[in-house]
Design a binder for this molecule. Structure first.
Ligand SMILES: Cc1ncc(COP(=O)(O)O)c(C=O)c1O
Length: 433
């Protein structure tokens, strides 16, 4: 099928053509690009956002459940963050020496994150995970790394995925993925190279709940093999609990990486951890021109204050809980239990889609996105809630499900996907969760 362009997205298509002439991929981020959405049936460029809503370049309005891939934890143009940022803009952005605000932000993280005794700041989540891994290598004098989950764009991690083009084989050889909730597999992976693993780094949870004792088991196995235990809290930080998944699950890692929600969209991240390990940062090269950039530090201080003051975590769990319950009911009511599933914690639920005899998972996902977007719901596989999502936004989401789930049910049951899809099915591009 040739994609039939939808006039609703005419300006997005024009801008895509223009961007493609000067920007490879026409976007800075795979998951924000045309490969993440149904061809010709999705907006590709946004113009602005306010609270929980965004507008595309065609003027279409959406309730945004992507939220910049999760950093927007309070909402767009949050008044408290904007005020703090405007104030800082008038006083300077990137200075020639460290500032007092860096100290204050580090003190705040030490207060709220269980493992944090010392802190260094980065800009992207990948800075924080790469920094933690380099520190672990320095501390242990070892090279190998065991990984579980997604940890960013840098060589040491991305070399383990299908998107490893450009990563040297020698680097790829040093990183071993291990499966979630399988302590024996981890033990075997570490035992395969005795005395060589510097660290085990993982997301504490994304779609699947940790089995009882699993996270503590990972920590124990890592330590038994002389490796450090690192939690990647780029998503879970300030979302699962104020102090992240380690706070929620009660398992304290040696090091952890935070980012995303920390600055409500401003580029800031942090490596935090045990004082004796973080002491390596005195010598390890984790140093860049925009380190300590003051506007993002001001944004992070304002964001964290608000997350704590307004019990934002409680709001995310409450709104998410409402959606998870309602969505599960609707999935059952439409007989889609073998097609769709909701997993993850309510503060960050993930919609799973299975292949069925009537349609492939990618056909179903394409139809789902095509129709949710047409109804003004910007969404991907996860539901990325923010403090700005009010009851009306949740009602809009549920109303869209009420329209779209019956269509999916019909398309699957009658093997009639071709009648519903207005474009070719999306193709798997990159899957790590
Ligand atoms: C768990 C996790 N770790 C690390 C990263 C990398 O963060 P960034 O894209 O900000 O470099 C991400 C990004 O999605 C993530 O989800």
């Amino acid at each position: 099928m040739t994609a039939a362009p939808n006039p609703r997205y005419a300006k997005s298509r024009e801008m895509f053509a223009r961007a493609s002439r000067v920007i490879p991929g026409a976007s800075q981020t795979f998951s924000k690009s045309h490969i993440a959405y149904p061809e010709g049936q999705a907006p590709l460029f946004l113009s602005h956002g306010k609270g929980s809503h965004v507008w595309d370049v065609d003027g279409n309005e959406y309730v945004d459940f992507v939220n910049g891939l999760l950093p927007v934890i309070l909402g767009y143009d949050d008044p408290d963050v904007t005020a703090a940022v405007v104030d800082q803009l008038g006083r300077g952005i990137t200075f020639s020496l460290a500032t007092e605000a860096e100290v204050r932000l580090a003190e705040r993280l030490v207060e709220i994150i269980p493992c944090a005794e010392k802190v260094r700041f980065g800009k992207n989540g990948s800075d924080a995970t790469a920094g933690a891994v380099r520190v672990a290598r320095a501390f242990t004098g070892r090279d190998r790394v065991a990984v579980c989950g997604y940890h960013g764009w840098q060589d040491w991690y991305i070399g383990t995925t299908a998107r490893h083009k450009g990563v040297p084989q020698a680097t790829r050889d040093l990183t071993s993925p291990f499966p979630y909730n399988d302590l024996e597999a981890l033990d075997r992976a570490l035992a395969a190279h005795p005395g060589e693993f510097a660290c085990v780094i993982m997301e504490a949870m994304n779609a699947v709940e940790p089995a009882p004792g699993y996270l503590q088991g990972v920590k124990d196995i890592a330590h038994r093999h002389g490796a450090l235990f690192i939690l990647d809290e780029i998503i879970t930080g300030f979302r699962y609990a104020l102090g992240g998944a380690q706070d929620l699950f009660g398992v304290t890692p040696d090091l952890a990486s935070f980012g995303k929600g920390m600055g409500n969209g401003f580029p800031i991240s942090a490596v935090v951890g045990r004082a004796d390990v973080m002491a390596q940062m005195e010598d390890v090269f984790f140093s860049f021109t925009a380190g300590g950039e003051a506007v993002s530090i001001a944004a992070a201080l304002a964001t964290i204050d608000k997350v704590q003051r307004e019990n934002v975590v409680g709001h995310l769990w409450r709104q998410g809980g409402r959606v998870v319950t309602a969505l599960a009911e609707r999935i059952a009511a439409h007989g889609l239990g073998d097609v769709l599933s909701v997993s993850g914690k309510p503060c960050w639920p993930l919609l799973g889609i299975q292949d069925t005899p009537g349609a492939t998972a990618w056909e179903i996902k394409t139809l789902y996105l095509q129709e949710m977007l047409a109804r003004g719901i910007l969404v991907q596989g996860g539901l990325n809630f923010s403090f700005a999502h009010d009851d009306t936004d949740i009602d809009s989401l549920l109303a869209a499900y009420d329209d779209v789930l019956p269509m999916i049910a019909l398309a699957v049951r009658d093997k009639a996907m071709a009648q519903f899809l207005k474009c070719d099915p999306m193709r798997p591009v990159f899957r790590v969760r």
